[in-house]
Design a protein around this ligand. Structure first.
Ligand SMILES: Nc1ncnc2c1ncn2[C@@H]1O[C@H](COP(=O)(O)OP(=O)(O)OP(=O)(O)O)[C@@H](O)[C@H]1O
Ligand SMILES: [Mg+2]
Length: 248
Protein backbone atom coordinates (compact mmCIF):
# COMPACT_ATOMS: atom_id res chain seq x y z
CA UNK A 1 0.00 0.00 0.00
CA UNK A 2 1.40 3.41 -0.93
CA UNK A 3 -0.32 6.24 0.88
CA UNK A 4 0.66 9.86 0.39
CA UNK A 5 -0.92 12.12 3.00
CA UNK A 6 -1.04 15.87 2.45
CA UNK A 7 -1.29 17.01 6.02
CA UNK A 8 -1.03 20.06 8.25
CA UNK A 9 -2.79 21.04 11.44
CA UNK A 10 -3.23 24.48 9.90
CA UNK A 11 -6.07 25.50 7.63
CA UNK A 12 -5.77 27.24 4.28
CA UNK A 13 -2.13 26.29 3.61
CA UNK A 14 -2.85 24.63 0.24
CA UNK A 15 -3.49 20.99 1.22
CA UNK A 16 -6.46 20.40 -1.09
CA UNK A 17 -4.85 22.26 -3.99
CA UNK A 18 -1.68 20.22 -3.62
CA UNK A 19 -3.46 16.88 -3.13
CA UNK A 20 -5.63 17.34 -6.23
CA UNK A 21 -2.75 18.51 -8.44
CA UNK A 22 -0.47 15.71 -7.25
CA UNK A 23 -3.22 13.13 -7.85
CA UNK A 24 -3.53 14.45 -11.39
CA UNK A 25 0.27 14.22 -11.92
CA UNK A 26 0.34 10.69 -10.51
CA UNK A 27 -2.42 9.45 -12.81
CA UNK A 28 -1.77 11.50 -15.96
CA UNK A 29 2.00 11.91 -16.02
CA UNK A 30 3.04 8.63 -14.34
CA UNK A 31 0.09 6.44 -15.36
CA UNK A 32 -0.41 5.22 -11.80
CA UNK A 33 -3.93 4.12 -10.87
CA UNK A 34 -4.65 6.78 -8.28
CA UNK A 35 -7.37 7.28 -5.69
CA UNK A 36 -7.75 10.68 -4.05
CA UNK A 37 -9.46 10.26 -0.70
CA UNK A 38 -11.04 13.39 0.75
CA UNK A 39 -11.01 13.19 4.55
CA UNK A 40 -12.19 16.76 5.08
CA UNK A 41 -15.93 17.20 5.28
CA UNK A 42 -15.77 20.53 3.45
CA UNK A 43 -15.44 18.32 0.32
CA UNK A 44 -12.89 20.49 -1.52
CA UNK A 45 -11.87 17.59 -3.74
CA UNK A 46 -15.46 16.93 -4.82
CA UNK A 47 -15.83 20.59 -5.68
CA UNK A 48 -12.55 20.64 -7.60
CA UNK A 49 -13.60 17.74 -9.82
CA UNK A 50 -17.23 18.85 -9.95
CA UNK A 51 -18.46 15.61 -8.46
CA UNK A 52 -22.13 15.83 -7.64
CA UNK A 53 -22.99 15.09 -4.05
CA UNK A 54 -25.00 11.96 -3.48
CA UNK A 55 -28.24 12.45 -1.65
CA UNK A 56 -27.36 9.64 0.69
CA UNK A 57 -24.43 10.72 2.83
CA UNK A 58 -22.35 7.68 3.58
CA UNK A 59 -18.69 8.57 3.95
CA UNK A 60 -18.85 7.82 7.67
CA UNK A 61 -20.38 4.37 7.07
CA UNK A 62 -17.14 3.38 5.40
CA UNK A 63 -15.37 3.66 8.74
CA UNK A 64 -18.19 1.90 10.54
CA UNK A 65 -17.81 -1.00 8.10
CA UNK A 66 -21.41 -0.67 6.86
CA UNK A 67 -20.52 0.11 3.27
CA UNK A 68 -17.80 -0.96 0.87
CA UNK A 69 -15.47 1.81 -0.33
CA UNK A 70 -16.00 0.80 -3.91
CA UNK A 71 -19.66 1.78 -3.64
CA UNK A 72 -18.61 5.35 -2.83
CA UNK A 73 -15.74 5.82 -5.28
CA UNK A 74 -16.45 8.19 -8.17
CA UNK A 75 -14.65 8.75 -11.47
CA UNK A 76 -13.14 12.16 -12.24
CA UNK A 77 -13.18 12.06 -16.02
CA UNK A 78 -9.40 11.56 -16.05
CA UNK A 79 -8.23 8.04 -16.88
CA UNK A 80 -6.85 6.26 -13.82
CA UNK A 81 -7.96 8.95 -11.37
CA UNK A 82 -10.87 8.33 -9.00
CA UNK A 83 -12.11 10.13 -5.92
CA UNK A 84 -13.47 8.91 -2.61
CA UNK A 85 -15.47 12.01 -1.66
CA UNK A 86 -16.20 13.44 1.74
CA UNK A 87 -19.65 14.38 2.95
CA UNK A 88 -21.45 15.76 5.95
CA UNK A 89 -21.73 12.37 7.61
CA UNK A 90 -18.06 12.75 8.54
CA UNK A 91 -18.91 15.41 11.08
CA UNK A 92 -18.68 12.95 13.96
CA UNK A 93 -15.99 10.81 12.42
CA UNK A 94 -13.36 11.66 15.00
CA UNK A 95 -15.71 10.81 17.87
CA UNK A 96 -16.65 7.57 16.17
CA UNK A 97 -13.02 6.58 15.59
CA UNK A 98 -12.13 7.30 19.22
CA UNK A 99 -15.07 5.19 20.38
CA UNK A 100 -14.27 2.31 18.04
CA UNK A 101 -10.83 2.06 19.60
CA UNK A 102 -9.27 0.57 16.45
CA UNK A 103 -6.08 2.51 16.01
CA UNK A 104 -5.51 1.42 12.43
CA UNK A 105 -9.01 1.58 11.01
CA UNK A 106 -8.05 4.05 8.28
CA UNK A 107 -4.90 2.08 7.39
CA UNK A 108 -6.95 -1.09 7.07
CA UNK A 109 -9.45 0.54 4.72
CA UNK A 110 -6.49 1.92 2.74
CA UNK A 111 -5.01 -1.56 2.49
CA UNK A 112 -8.23 -2.88 0.94
CA UNK A 113 -8.30 0.03 -1.52
CA UNK A 114 -4.73 -0.69 -2.59
CA UNK A 115 -5.92 -3.82 -4.39
CA UNK A 116 -7.26 -1.53 -7.11
CA UNK A 117 -4.97 1.48 -6.87
CA UNK A 118 -1.22 1.98 -6.93
CA UNK A 119 -1.33 5.37 -5.24
CA UNK A 120 -3.67 6.54 -2.51
CA UNK A 121 -3.50 10.28 -1.85
CA UNK A 122 -5.14 11.69 1.28
CA UNK A 123 -6.47 15.23 1.43
CA UNK A 124 -6.49 15.79 5.19
CA UNK A 125 -8.50 18.14 7.40
CA UNK A 126 -6.59 20.71 9.50
CA UNK A 127 -6.96 18.86 12.79
CA UNK A 128 -4.99 17.26 15.59
CA UNK A 129 -7.18 14.40 16.76
CA UNK A 130 -7.78 10.66 16.43
CA UNK A 131 -8.39 11.04 12.68
CA UNK A 132 -5.03 12.75 12.12
CA UNK A 133 -3.35 10.10 14.31
CA UNK A 134 -4.85 7.39 12.08
CA UNK A 135 -3.71 9.26 8.97
CA UNK A 136 -0.15 9.35 10.32
CA UNK A 137 -0.20 5.60 11.01
CA UNK A 138 -1.54 4.85 7.51
CA UNK A 139 0.89 7.05 5.56
CA UNK A 140 3.90 5.89 3.54
CA UNK A 141 5.00 9.52 3.24
CA UNK A 142 3.54 12.73 4.63
CA UNK A 143 3.73 16.00 2.74
CA UNK A 144 3.46 19.07 4.96
CA UNK A 145 2.59 22.31 3.14
CA UNK A 146 4.04 25.37 4.83
CA UNK A 147 3.22 28.96 3.91
CA UNK A 148 6.47 30.88 3.48
CA UNK A 149 7.28 32.77 6.65
CA UNK A 150 10.15 33.07 9.13
CA UNK A 151 8.09 30.65 11.23
CA UNK A 152 7.98 27.94 8.52
CA UNK A 153 10.81 25.89 10.02
CA UNK A 154 9.26 26.06 13.49
CA UNK A 155 5.87 25.13 12.05
CA UNK A 156 7.46 22.13 10.38
CA UNK A 157 9.19 21.02 13.60
CA UNK A 158 5.85 21.24 15.38
CA UNK A 159 4.13 18.98 12.83
CA UNK A 160 7.03 16.50 12.95
CA UNK A 161 6.76 16.34 16.74
CA UNK A 162 3.02 15.75 16.52
CA UNK A 163 3.48 12.98 13.96
CA UNK A 164 6.09 11.28 16.14
CA UNK A 165 3.68 11.19 19.05
CA UNK A 166 1.37 8.91 17.12
CA UNK A 167 3.68 6.27 15.77
CA UNK A 168 6.91 4.63 16.84
CA UNK A 169 8.06 4.40 13.23
CA UNK A 170 7.14 7.71 11.60
CA UNK A 171 7.08 7.74 7.80
CA UNK A 172 9.27 10.22 5.89
CA UNK A 173 7.88 13.71 6.39
CA UNK A 174 8.45 16.09 3.48
CA UNK A 175 8.16 19.86 3.98
CA UNK A 176 6.81 21.82 1.03
CA UNK A 177 6.70 25.60 0.72
CA UNK A 178 3.31 26.44 -0.71
CA UNK A 179 2.47 29.79 -2.30
CA UNK A 180 5.99 31.15 -2.82
CA UNK A 181 6.05 34.64 -4.32
CA UNK A 182 9.51 35.17 -5.80
CA UNK A 183 8.97 38.93 -5.90
CA UNK A 184 8.84 39.14 -2.12
CA UNK A 185 12.11 39.46 -0.23
CA UNK A 186 10.77 37.58 2.76
CA UNK A 187 9.76 34.61 0.61
CA UNK A 188 13.16 34.55 -1.09
CA UNK A 189 14.76 34.55 2.37
CA UNK A 190 12.66 31.58 3.46
CA UNK A 191 13.70 29.71 0.30
CA UNK A 192 17.36 30.54 0.92
CA UNK A 193 17.09 29.38 4.54
CA UNK A 194 15.59 26.04 3.48
CA UNK A 195 17.30 25.26 0.17
CA UNK A 196 16.37 21.58 0.10
CA UNK A 197 12.62 22.21 0.47
CA UNK A 198 10.57 22.04 -2.72
CA UNK A 199 8.26 24.97 -3.42
CA UNK A 200 5.06 25.68 -5.31
CA UNK A 201 4.75 29.23 -6.65
CA UNK A 202 1.91 31.54 -5.72
CA UNK A 203 0.15 31.69 -9.07
CA UNK A 204 -3.07 32.86 -10.64
CA UNK A 205 -3.17 29.58 -12.56
CA UNK A 206 -3.39 27.64 -9.28
CA UNK A 207 -6.25 29.81 -8.05
CA UNK A 208 -7.95 29.12 -11.38
CA UNK A 209 -8.03 25.37 -10.64
CA UNK A 210 -11.07 25.74 -8.40
CA UNK A 211 -12.73 28.14 -10.85
CA UNK A 212 -12.23 25.86 -13.84
CA UNK A 213 -12.68 22.60 -11.95
CA UNK A 214 -9.42 21.25 -13.37
CA UNK A 215 -5.90 20.69 -12.06
CA UNK A 216 -3.38 23.17 -13.43
CA UNK A 217 -1.54 20.59 -15.55
CA UNK A 218 -4.77 20.02 -17.48
CA UNK A 219 -5.23 23.61 -18.67
CA UNK A 220 -1.84 25.34 -18.31
CA UNK A 221 0.72 22.54 -18.64
CA UNK A 222 3.63 24.92 -19.28
CA UNK A 223 2.92 27.27 -16.39
CA UNK A 224 5.50 27.46 -13.62
CA UNK A 225 2.96 25.98 -11.20
CA UNK A 226 2.26 22.95 -13.42
CA UNK A 227 6.00 22.39 -13.83
CA UNK A 228 6.48 22.68 -10.04
CA UNK A 229 3.74 20.12 -9.32
CA UNK A 230 5.18 17.74 -11.94
CA UNK A 231 8.65 18.00 -10.48
CA UNK A 232 7.32 17.63 -6.93
CA UNK A 233 5.49 14.43 -7.90
CA UNK A 234 8.57 13.07 -9.70
CA UNK A 235 10.53 13.67 -6.46
CA UNK A 236 7.88 11.83 -4.44
CA UNK A 237 7.96 8.89 -6.85
CA UNK A 238 11.73 8.81 -6.50
CA UNK A 239 11.39 8.75 -2.72
CA UNK A 240 8.79 5.96 -2.94
CA UNK A 241 11.06 3.83 -5.10
CA UNK A 242 13.91 4.32 -2.60
CA UNK A 243 11.60 3.25 0.23
CA UNK A 244 10.42 0.22 -1.75
CA UNK A 245 14.03 -0.81 -2.52
CA UNK A 246 14.92 -0.52 1.17
CA UNK A 247 12.02 -2.68 2.28
CA UNK A 248 13.01 -5.55 -0.10
N1 LIG B 1 0.15 28.02 -5.14
C1 LIG B 1 -0.97 28.75 -5.00
N2 LIG B 1 -1.14 29.91 -5.67
C2 LIG B 1 -2.26 30.67 -5.52
N3 LIG B 1 -3.28 30.32 -4.73
C3 LIG B 1 -3.19 29.17 -4.04
C4 LIG B 1 -2.04 28.31 -4.13
N4 LIG B 1 -2.24 27.23 -3.33
C5 LIG B 1 -3.45 27.41 -2.77
N5 LIG B 1 -4.02 28.55 -3.19
C6 LIG B 1 -5.32 29.10 -2.77
O1 LIG B 1 -5.33 29.19 -1.36
C7 LIG B 1 -6.61 28.86 -0.84
C8 LIG B 1 -6.47 27.73 0.17
O2 LIG B 1 -6.03 26.56 -0.50
P1 LIG B 1 -6.57 25.12 -0.11
O3 LIG B 1 -8.05 25.09 -0.03
O4 LIG B 1 -5.90 24.16 -1.01
O5 LIG B 1 -5.96 25.00 1.37
P2 LIG B 1 -6.30 23.90 2.47
O6 LIG B 1 -5.06 23.77 3.29
O7 LIG B 1 -6.82 22.66 1.83
O8 LIG B 1 -7.45 24.60 3.30
P3 LIG B 1 -8.40 23.90 4.40
O9 LIG B 1 -7.54 23.70 5.61
O10 LIG B 1 -9.47 24.91 4.62
O11 LIG B 1 -8.88 22.61 3.84
C9 LIG B 1 -7.47 28.50 -2.04
O12 LIG B 1 -8.23 29.62 -2.40
C10 LIG B 1 -6.47 28.17 -3.14
O13 LIG B 1 -6.96 28.46 -4.44
MG1 LIG C 1 -8.57 21.55 2.20
Amino acid sequence: MTVIAVYSAKGGVGKTTIATNLAWCSSQRHAQRTLLWDLDLSDGVGFMFRIEERRKRQARSLFAGDVDAHELIRPTGYVGLDVLPADNSMRELDFMLSRLGQRNRLANIGRKLSRNYERLILDCPPVLNELSAQIVRAATVIIVPLPPSPLSARGFDFVVEEIRRHTRKPPPILPLLSMIDHRRTLHREVLAANPSWPAIPLAGAVEQCAVRGRPVGAFAPRSSAAVAFASLWAGIEHKLSQLAARSH
